[in-house]
Each structure stands twice: as C-alpha cells, then as structure tokens.
Design a protein around this ligand. Structure first.
Ligand SMILES: NC(=O)c1ccc[n+]([C@@H]2O[C@H](COP(=O)([O-])OP(=O)(O)OC[C@H]3O[C@@H](n4cnc5c(N)ncnc54)[C@H](OP(=O)(O)O)[C@@H]3O)[C@@H](O)[C@H]2O)c1
Length: 268
C-alpha cells in the first residue's frame, strides 16, 4: 500500500486543488488543518485522512509527518509566522523514521519585488533548501482568485481602481496543482522551472474582465502607483512569460466562477 502524501494548507485555494489532483491520480492523502473536517469527511471511510492542529504550536505535527513519502507544503498565513511554521514542519519531518520529500510552493520574482511577504517566502525557501530533507521548490505567478479579489473587495465603491501600467500573468490553482503532483510522482527536483499563467494582461484589463463576468458596468480607473514595489511590478519582475505553461485562462476561471455563483444562489 503506497504511503500517503501530506498536504499542509489542504483547505486553502491551492491546497484543495492539490488534494483533488492527488486523489484523481490515485494517491492517498493526509491533510493538515487547524479546523475539524467537514461533515462529509466524518464517515468511517473518509476520502482524506485529516490531522487537526496548528503548524505553529501543535504536537500533532509529529503525527502528521509519520509514514508519509511526500509533504506538499501549501499552508501560509500572510499575517506572519510562515518561516517559523516551515522550520517547525521541516524539523518534524527530519525526525520522522523515513524523512519525506518536502515540496514548497513559492512565488515568481521574490528576490526583486520588495514586498515583505516575498521576503518571508525567500526565507522559507532557504529553510526548505537547508533542511537536509530531499526537496523541491516550485515558483508560480499570482492565482486567478487573488487577482479577482482585488476587484471584488471594491464592490461598494462607485468605481474600481487598478494599478496603472502593471501587468499580471494569473494562473489557475489547478494548473499549479498539476505541476506539484508531477513533483510528488517524479521525486525531489530542487529548484524547478517557474510556472506562469497562459496570458500576460494589464491589471486594468483584468479588473474590467472581472466586472464584466459579474454583469457590472462600473468604471475602472488606472491609478499610477508610486514606490519601489510598483516600480518592480511595472518592470514585470513577477512575470515569467517564457514559462506560460498554465492552460486555464483568467476568462475561463471567471466564467466557471459565475456559473458556480449562479448555482449556489439557485440551490440556496
Ligand atoms: N495566492 C497567490 O496568488 C499565490 C501565488 C503563488 C504562490 N502562492 C503560495 O501558495 C500557497 C497557498 O496559497 P493559497 O492562496 O492557496 O493560501 P490560502 O487559500 O490562504 O490557504 C492558506 C492555508 O494555510 C493554512 N494555515 C494557515 N496557517 C496555518 C497554521 N498555523 N497551521 C496550519 N495550517 C495553517 C490554512 O488552513 P486552515 O485554516 O484550515 O488551518 C489554509 O488552508 C502559499 O504558500 C502562497 O504563498 C500563492
């Protein structure tokens, strides 16, 4: 019987797609979350083995890493603490009877875009690469849902503001999950080629598409942004046009999301 793959952050946007892809490929999955499993998983034969705990503090981390071949580390808390949880996870995994392959998802451009979250990602990469475990680091561009959220959070405003002169190459979490599961199957690869979404488009255009998919004719205003972060983004440091290997475009994501919303409303 093949040993399971542990997915941290398996309840998150990417983690859910990774769990789904692993199961579709016939892998056993163990998921780590701070929350109890939903009702449909609380059966005598759940599809996913569920370990409840906080990566920052819970002793259950040691239980979670026992007997797994691979860990796909997708957990993140943008508010802080990612370096500590990554180090704690790597330490626990190093002490497991058979130290597993640790796969880390990171972001394109983290050396040159001076966001504090990106500095944290760089430090986490260092923890993974220096862990002594077999490891893989996969960098990806921004996920579709993050880009759509930048417009959605402004839903009460009479207009939508988007940074002017900045492009984005959003990728679908299913494409990233597909790549991560390839590393689960192929084994440790160290630093791997980046993966980006299929198209590079301006943030103003992506905001317009998001509004159109919601049937809203709100005006989009491109706002010039000052500062070092905006300069790096204007230079396209977060893009990887030579690795546009994602297959699902932003418009397809929006169309599927619109159908899903319609279905949720009609079924209550
Ligand atoms: N979003 C993007 O555009 C993007 C682009 C490239 C790479 N990435 C990377 O992809 C990864 C996943 O991002 P995402 O957007 O899918 O994240 P997300 O939806 O915000 O999910 C975060 C997950 O982390 C878990 N988590 C947070 N703190 C935890 C803790 N202390 N202990 C245990 N679990 C904890 C949460 O699980 P529970 O709440 O269930 O505990 C949740 O499942 C991150 O490493 C991110 O940097 C993101």
């Amino acid at each position: 019987m093949a040993r399971p793959t542990l997915v941290t952050g398996g309840t998150g946007a990417l983690g859910r797609a990774v769990v789904h892809r692993l199961q579709a490929r016939g892998h056993a999955v163990r998921l780590f979350s701070r929350s109890d499993p939903p009702a449909e998983e609380r059966t005598s034969k759940p599809a996913t083995e569920w370990v409840v705990g906080d990566l920052a503090t819970s002793p259950s981390i040691h239980l979670a890493v026992q007997g797994v071949d691979t860990i796909v580390h997708c957990a993140t808390s943008p508010g802080g603490g990612d370096v500590a949880i990554t180090r704690r996870l790597a330490d626990a995994a190093s002490r497991a009877e058979n130290p597993p392959h640790l796969i880390y998802i990171s972001i394109v451009g983290i050396e040159t875009v001076p966001l504090s979250y990106y500095r944290t990602k760089l430090a986490c990469e260092g923890v993974v690469a220096g862990s002594g475990l077999p490891w893989t680091i996969q960098r990806a561009t921004q996920f579709h849902d993050l880009v759509a959220r930048m417009t959605d959070v402004q839903h009460r405003w009479p207009l939508v503001v988007a940074p002017a002169g900045i492009d984005c190459q959003p990728i679908d979490v299913r494409d990233v999950a597909r790549r991560l599961v390839e590393w689960v199957e192929k084994g440790p690869a160290g630093r791997t080629p980046e993966i980006g979404g299929p198209e590079v488009r301006s943030l103003v255009e992506l905001a317009r598409s998001t509004l159109d998919s919601e049937g809203r004719d709100t005006r989009v205003v491109g706002m010039p942004m000052p500062g070092a972060i905006a300069s790096a983004l204007r230079r396209g440091e977060h893009l990887t046009p030579d690795h546009a290997e994602g297959e699902i475009g932003f418009d397809q994501f929006l169309a599927e999301r619109a159908v899903h919303h319609e279905h949720s409303y009609s079924t209550g």
